[in-house]
Design a protein around this ligand. Structure first.
Ligand SMILES: Cc1ncc(C[n+]2csc(CCOP(=O)(O)OP(=O)(O)O)c2C)c(N)n1
Ligand code: SF4
Ligand SMILES: [Mg+2]
Length: 350
C-alpha cells in the first residue's frame, strides 16, 4: 500500500557499491501490483542493474505511459527524475527530454498495450531516430490494468482466462530490428540472471536499446495455454547467448573456454562479454537475427538473449549535430543570439 513508508534503517554490514550506495538508495515506494506480477521482478532487476553500475540516482530519468507496467517507475529509483505520461505517448516525451538534456540516462518503461497498440507509432519513430534510451516493454500479452483484454503482442490462438486470441501478434523485437534499433534483446522477468546484465549493457549502450521482457500477468494471463505464462516461457525459453557486463573500472577475469566468448567494447568503455549458447547465432547480423526469430517463433520457442548489437551506432544527437550542453545550462545569449546570427543562418540556406 502506497501510504506505508518503507523503514529507513538497514543492517550495518549491508553491501555498498563504488559510490557507497546500498540497494535501498535505488528502491522506490512499496509496489501496489498483484503479488507475483512479473513487472515487480523487472523493477527489482533495474534496481540491481543501477546498483551494480554505481549510477548516481539523480542522473536517471524514468518515463512511462499508462498501465500496470507504466506504474512501476514509482517502485524503483525513488530519487531519480520521473514522468508518468499519457497512454502510448511516453516515446515523444522521452525524445523531447533527451533532446533538452543528453546528460541523463533515459529509461522508457512501457507495456505491450502501451507500446504495440495505442503507442505503436510513437514506439516506431523514437526507435528509428536512434534516441539514446533503454526502452523496456514489460510484455504480458494483455491490458493488465483494464482487466485482461488481449494486447497486440498476444500470440494467435493463445488463451487467456476468458478468450482465445484470433489476431496475429506484433513481435516488438522483430519490429525493433526492422526499425534500426542498435541494441535489441529479449528476456523473461523470471530470469534475473539474464535480465540484469542485459539491462546493464543496454544502459551502457549509446543509441536506441530495446528490451522486450516477457512479464506474466498472474491475474489475467497466466493459465497454461497462454504463451506469456510462467510455465510456457520456462519450458520454451531458448537463450542464444549468456551476457556478462564489465564496467571500465573492473579487471577482466577470463573464466570461459577460449574462443567461446566474444568481448564487445561500448562507447563508455564498458565491455560486454557474450558467451555463445547457440553456435550459429550472430548478434551482429540484423537480417539473420530477423530470420532466426521468425523460424524459432514458428517452432513455438521464445528466443531470448542479446539478439542484435551495433556498438558503433550513432544516436539522435550525433545525427542532428546538437549542442552538447543541456538547454537549461545555456545562457540567454546562446539561446537567443540575435538577428545577425539568424541572418547568417538564413543566408547559409540560400
Ligand atoms: C488514451 C487512453 N486510452 C485507453 C486508456 C485505458 N487504458 C489504460 S491502461 C491500458 C492498457 C495497458 O496495457 P499495457 O500497456 O499492456 O500495460 P499492463 O497493464 O498490461 O502492464 C488501457 C487500454 C487510457 N488510459 N488512455
Ligand atoms: S493485473 Fe496483471 S499486470 Fe496488473 S499488477 Fe496484476 S498481475 Fe500485474
Ligand atoms: Mg500488458
Amino acid at each position: 500500500m502506497t501510504f506505508i513508508a518503507k523503514p529507513k534503517f538497514h543492517h550495518r554490514g549491508i553491501k555498498t557499491n563504488a559510490l557507497g550506495f546500498t540497494h535501498r538508495d535505488y528502491e522506490g515506494r512499496i509496489s501496489t501490483l498483484c503479488a507475483g506480477c512479473g513487472h515487480d521482478s523487472i523493477s527489482s532487476a533495474l534496481i540491481e542493474a543501477c546498483f551494480e553500475l554505481s549510477i548516481e540516482p539523480h542522473r536517471v530519468a524514468k518515463l512511462s505511459g499508462i498501465g500496470c507496467s507504466s506504474k512501476t517507475p514509482d517502485y524503483f529509483l525513488g530519487q531519480s527524475h520521473g514522468f508518468n505520461s499519457v497512454h502510448g505517448r511516453m516515446p515523444s516525451v522521452l525524445t523531447g527530454a533527451n533532446l533538452a538534456n543528453r546528460e541523463l540516462i533515459y529509461l522508457g518503461v512501457s507495456g505491450d498495450g502501451d507500446s504495440a497498440s495505442i503507442g505503436l507509432g510513437q514506439f516506431a519513430h523514437c526507435v528509428r531516430r536512434g534516441v539514446n534510451m533503454v526502452y523496456i516493454c514489460e510484455n504480458n500479452g494483455v491490458y493488465g490494468l483494464t482487466k485482461g483484454q488481449f494486447s497486440a503482442t498476444a500470440d494467435k490462438g493463445s488463451k487467456s482466462k476468458t478468450a482465445v486470441n484470433s489476431d496475429s501478434p506484433i513481435d516488438l523485437v522483430s519490429l525493433a530490428l526492422v526499425l534500426g534499433a542498435s541494441f535489441v534483446a529479449r528476456s523473461f522477468s523470471g530470469d534475473k540472471k539474464q535480465l540484469v546484465p542485459l539491462l546493464e549493457a543496454a544502459i551502457a549502450h549509446r543509441g536506441s536499446a530495446v528490451l522486450d521482457v516477457i512479464s506474466p500477468c498472474v491475474q489475467f494471463n497466466n493459465n497454461p495455454e497462454s504463451t506469456k505464462s510462467y510455465d510456457f516461457v520456462r519450458e520454451h525459453n531458448e537463450a542464444v547467448n549468456r551476457i556478462d557486463m564489465i564496467v571500465p573500472r573492473e579487471e577482466i577475469k577470463v573464466d570461459f573456454e577460449p574462443g567461446t566468448v566474444e568481448s564487445v567494447t561500448q562507447h563508455d568503455g564498458s565491455v560486454i562479454r557474450l558467451a555463445k549458447l547457440h553456435p550459429d547465432y550472430d548478434p551482429h547480423n540484423r537480417a539473420a537475427a530477423m530470420a532466426y526469430l521468425q523460424e524459432r517463433h514458428a517452432a513455438g520457442e521464445v528466443v531470448t538473449g542479446l539478439l542484435y548489437l551495433d556498438p558503433e551506432a550513432a544516436d539522435l544527437h550525433a545525427n542532428l549535430n546538437t549542442v552538447e550542453t543541456p538547454l537549461n545550462k545555456l545562457g540567454v545569449a546562446e539561446l537567443c543570439p540575435g538577428s545577425k546570427a539568424l541572418d547568417a543562418v538564413n543566408a547559409s540556406y540560400r
